[in-house]
Design a protein around this ligand. Structure first.
Ligand code: PLP
Length: 496
């Protein structure tokens, strides 16, 4: 009996132990379960960034991009400019205690194309590009090329739709801004440097875009050199010379905005069509030269993206000599490879997006060319109204012309005012305008002489309208009674 009682007692305590073990295991599980599911703040996961319809990093990037864009100083120094406007007139005490009017001049020197900024603000969503850190790391595209095939296709389509260039029989070459292509094309068109062949003579007609000279001088190759203006060679110099000429032709011209053609017979011409778009000139016919240069800077305003392209004529190369043409092509490619190893793929992606927006709105109610034309024509009208009251300065004369793109006769809408000082004492027109509070770009920089100076009409509305000719060009003495507080930026050193 004792044994039986003892046996049932030990069975009961074993059952109790099992029970306790089971309960504590359940309790532990419950605690782990509660800890896992009921903790105060769940860990952040990409999906929890907001109601972005499944977007994670792109949504975060978009938020950051909008925050940066909301600050007025982003991009091009808007805050600085507004502050400057308040500072423009301020009273200072002279040595004798009298109040002097001290002022800062307006900088209308550069061709910075900010006049299109309001257009892109209107198309903020459509023109935005977002890509992450792992994207586009490679030097080359998936096709093994440096250039985006899709971008080339869009460039061709745009030229055809606008009617400003014949592209079907042309190669399209990209550059880091058209500035890079200026030298790349000179290099490609020059004879290879050897003792037997003299260097090619690089020339342009006055007044010319100063970068042609400064770039040629700077690279100072054995194959080519700057040889002055076409006037010296035009009569029979080029025909009788054994030299190879490379002539830069800008059409419409920077600075005087005239449409131009090559002057020298038998030269290789590089025709720079930076401004050959309907908002800046009428387009009488599609351009069809052998070598043509274009830039996004003056087309869409994206100067900071540094994107330009050249189109060169395949058919013409074949006609002259196949071997030679191959050489020209090789040298242009070699220049690009050795200097930059292609154009930034980020830039190419951005330009593709910009061209898509332009194409989508072409001839519609939000056409970039109609927008740009309205801005530029109103600036030109205002300027002409002011200058017509003056005998002191004159502007280039431009007649209204029929523009096939707009299918109507258009008033002029040039990128620059080419100002001439008419009064005898105003030998330095740059200084005369500086006296009226405007920094311009002296005609000395393009061999036109100091009687001329260029005023840019491409900048922002507040710069051009506030400036709206504060200085009276008719007054015989400059308006200021003191020197500007800061020396103005030396415009001559800037290729703009
Ligand atoms: C006639 C001309 N060509 C080329 C350029 C340079 O353009 P990018 O910004 O593409 O270097 C300019 C700039 O003002 C220009 O006026």
């Amino acid at each position: 009996m004792e044994t039986g009682r003892h046996g049932s007692q030990s069975l009961g305590s074993a059952w109790l132990g099992l029970h306790v073990l089971l309960c504590s295991s359940l309790l532990l599980n419950a605690i782990f379960f509660a800890h896992h599911f009921l903790r105060a703040s769940p860990p952040p996961t990409p999906e929890r960034l907001g109601d972005g319809g499944g977007l994670s990093w792109a949504l975060q990037a978009a938020r950051e991009a909008e925050a940066v864009a909301a600050a007025d100083c982003s991009g091009h120094g808007g805050v600085y400019r507004i502050a400057l406007r308040h500072l423009t007139h301020r009273h200072m005490r002279g040595p004798d205690g009298s109040v002097l009017l001290q002022w800062f001049p307006f900088n209308l020197c550069s061709g910075n194309p900010l006049f299109l900024e309001p257009y892109w603000r209107r198309h903020a969503a459509a023109s935005a590009v977002v890509f992450s850190g792992w994207h586009r790391l490679s030097y080359i595209t998936t096709d093994g090329a440096f250039h985006s095939v899709e971008l080339v296709r869009h460039i061709r389509r745009l030229h055809t739709a606008v009617g400003n260039a014949v592209v079907d029989d042309k190669h399209v070459v990209f550059g880091v801004g058209s500035t890079q292509l200026i030298n790349a094309l000179v290099y490609a068109l020059s004879p290879e440097g050897n003792a037997a062949s003299p260097p090619a003579s690089v020339v342009a007609t006055v007044p010319y875009y100063p970068a042609y000279k400064s770039q040629t001088d700077m690279f100072d190759g054995r194959e080519y050199r700057w040889d002055g203006t076409t006037a010296a060679w035009a009569k029979n110099g080029s025909r009788n010379s054994t030299r190879d000429f490379i002539e830069f032709v800008t059409s419409p011209n920077n600075p005087d905005t005239t449409l131009r053609e090559p002057v020298l017979a038998g030269s290789s011409a590089i025709v720079d069509h930076a401004y050959y778009w309907p908002h800046l000139t009428h387009i009488p016919a599609p351009a069809d030269e052998d070598v043509m240069l274009f830039t996004a800077s003056k087309l869409s305003g994206h100067a900071g993206s540094r994107f330009g392209h050249a189109a060169s004529n395949k058919a013409c190369h074949c006609k002259w000599a196949l071997v030679r043409d191959e050489n020209v092509a090789k040298r242009a490619i070699s220049y690009s490879r050795q200097s930059t190893y292609g154009v930034s793929r980020d830039t190419q992606l951005r330009m593709l997006k910009i061209l898509k927006v332009i194409m989508a709105n072409l001839q519609g109610k939000d056409d970039i060319f109609a927008f740009g034309y309205d801005v530029m024509v109103s600036r030109w009208r205002t300027l002409n109204a002011v200058v017509s009251r003056s005998t002191r300065i004159t502007l280039q004369k431009i007649r209204p012309q029929y523009c096939p793109y707009f299918k109507k006769t258009k008033e002029p809408s040039p990128a620059y005012a080419w100002v001439k000082c008419e009064w005898e004492q105003d030998v330095d027109c740059y200084q005369t305008l500086l006296g009226a509070g405007i920094i311009s770009r002296s005609g000395i920089s393009n061999d036109a002489g100091s009687r001329y100076t260029r005023v840019s009409l491409l900048k922002t509305q507040d710069e051009t309208s506030t400036c709206s000719w504060r200085g009276s060009p008719n007054s015989s003495t400059p308006r200021s009674t003191a020197e500007p507080l800061q020396a103005p930026a030396p415009c001559e050193t800037v290729n703009c």
